[in-house]
Design a protein around this ligand. Structure first.
Ligand code: 5AD
Ligand code: SF4
Length: 463
């Protein structure tokens, strides 16, 4: 009997997870399921989870709790939990939420549709692979099938896993070691996306600088990948996240500077500005080395937009360590930054530093102090762009106001503007910045550079 059920994938966490969900959606569609409408509860609900900090875990259990009564009413509703938290908690998910049907991990995402079929016959099941299968991780099919949310901007995973051992981070234990996808596959995927009208690709990896090390057995290929993406016809913007400061090499900086479609944007996670804390975090660089590399990138790449991640309250962090972070933040002069409060993750080295945990109220207080400094810096950068003409990829109505549209500049800054009549998402426009606010820019459209490159869904249907 043909499949007529609907599915809904609810995603927590990072862009890598968002894109994994697009790939999973493609696999469901290939099996004949269709996406549920926003106002209906699907026949298959999948949670693609995150476990980077404790609040991500709490969010999942609360969301599962909301579905318990629905499952009691509709026993044929299927609920699956996959991704990072499932990889970590395994059987514990079914113990805490026995109304779940399938638990799968980070390494067998592509198996999820089959596991759901099996569970219809066999009942609830947990299938977690202890390690990734490199062939499965490099398989091109899930990317080709992916049902992407946007027609004109796409994510492209170039590498999964991480070979580093940062003391606070759970990623290596749930995502495994680094596995890079073959360079030619990536160039082919980028060319296919561009041929379909995608004009912006964000390259994803846990540690993009080391992309290709596992393929060549020696030097990474990231700079070469950027240059090759630079040759993809029609591809106007390439972004990437995240490079590791210790591995940001001159060849990457040169490739960024010399490849016209690589956007002037660098997310360079600092984590701490104290050398003592950086060493205990096992980050592999000092504050001075970080700042030297950042200065090299800024010197080579015009108008570089720099962002970062910072953890406050790492175990043993003193007021002096925290001030060192504030000093580096002042010197790095970030466009924007994501501060996080340290969250102990089971199985990581830092989770064992219990005696040195910083009291919660001290962490909170430092977080707020840091946030204030970062917000001021972001506002300063945004105000400095007032009067400039920016090239903006128009995305469509903004989240809070239908009449106002949003888009991104080449630097990746969010801009709100009033759309000229007839403007369609995916068009490239020129926007004069009229106002810099803390989290966005405001501007007026001065010209439409080109219409969308992709065919609209209606024209696809008509052809
Ligand atoms: N506690 C707080 N923040 C964390 N991050 C990673 N692990 C933790 C943790 N245990 C932050 C880092 C990383 C970002 C994605 O999340 O800053 O760069
Ligand atoms: Fe985690 Fe460090 Fe790897 Fe980033 S580089 S994923 S912080 S272990």
């Amino acid at each position: 009997m043909p499949e007529s059920r609907t599915f809904d994938i609810r995603t927590f966490g990072c862009q890598m997870n968002e894109h994994d969900s697009e790939r999973l959606a493609g696999l469901f569609v290939a099996r004949g399921l269709r996406p549920a409408q926003p106002d209906e509860i699907a026949d298959v609900v999948v949670f693609n989870t995150c476990t980077i900090r404790e609040n991500a875990d709490l969010k999942l259990y609360s969301a599962l709790g909301h579905l318990k009564a629905e499952k009691a009413r509709r026993p044929d509703l299927q609920i699956a939990v996959g991704g990072c938290m499932a990889q970590k908690d395994q059987d514990r998910i079914l113990e805490r939420a026995p109304w779940v049907d399938v638990v799968f991990g980070t390494h067998n995402l592509a198996e999820a549709p089959r596991l759901l079929e099996r569970a219809r016959v066999e009942g609830p099941l947990v299938d977690i692979w202890p390690a990734p299968d490199p062939d499965a991780a490099r398989d091109m099919a899930p990317a080709l099938y992916a049902v992407r949310e946007s027609d004109f901007a796409a994510w492209m995973t170039i590498q999964t896993g991480c070979d580093n051992t940062c003391a606070y981070c759970i990623v290596p234990s749930v995502r495994g070691g680094e596995i890079s996808r073959p360079l030619e596959d990536l160039v082919r995927e980028a060319a296919l996306l561009s041929a379909r009208g995608v004009s912006e690709i964000t390259v994803l990896g846990q540690n993009v600088n080391s992309y290709g090390r596992d393929l060549t057995g020696r030097s990474p290929l990231f700079a070469e990948l950027l240059r090759r993406l630079g040759e993809v016809e029609g591809l106007e913007r390439v972004r990437f996240t995240s490079p590791h400061p210790k591995d940001l090499r001159e060849d990457t900086i040169a490739a960024m500077a010399e490849t016209a479609n690589v956007c002037p944007q660098l997310h360079l996670p600092l984590q701490s500005g104290s050398d003592r804390t950086l060493s205990r975090m096992r980050r592999g660089y000092t504050a001075e080395r970080y700042l030297t590399r950042l200065a090299a990138a800024r010197a080579a790449i015009a108008d570089l937009h720099v962002t970062t991640d910072i953890i406050v309250g790492f175990p043993g962090e003193t007021e002096e360590d925290f001030r060192a972070t504030l000093e580096v933040v002042a010197e790095a002069d970030y466009d924007s930054a994501y501060p996080f409060q340290f969250s102990p993750r089971e199985g990581t080295r830092a989770a064992d530093y219990v005696e040195e945990f910083v009291p919660a109220e001290v962490v909170k207080e430092r977080f707020l102090r840091l946030k204030e400094v970062l917000d001021r810096s972001a506002l300063r950068h945004h105000e400095a762009r007032e009067g400039l003409l920016e090239e903006v990829l128009a995305e469509g109505p903004s989240r809070t106001n239908e009449a106002v549209w949003s888009g991104r500049t080449r630097q990746g800054k969010l801009v709100h503007f009033d759309p000229p009549s007839g403007l369609r998402p995916g068009a490239l426009v020129e926007v004069r910045v009229t106002h810099g606010a803390p989290y966005h820019l405001r501007g007026t459209v001065e010209g439409v550079l080109r219409p969308p490159r992709h065919r609209t869904r209606l024209s696809v249907l008509a052809s």
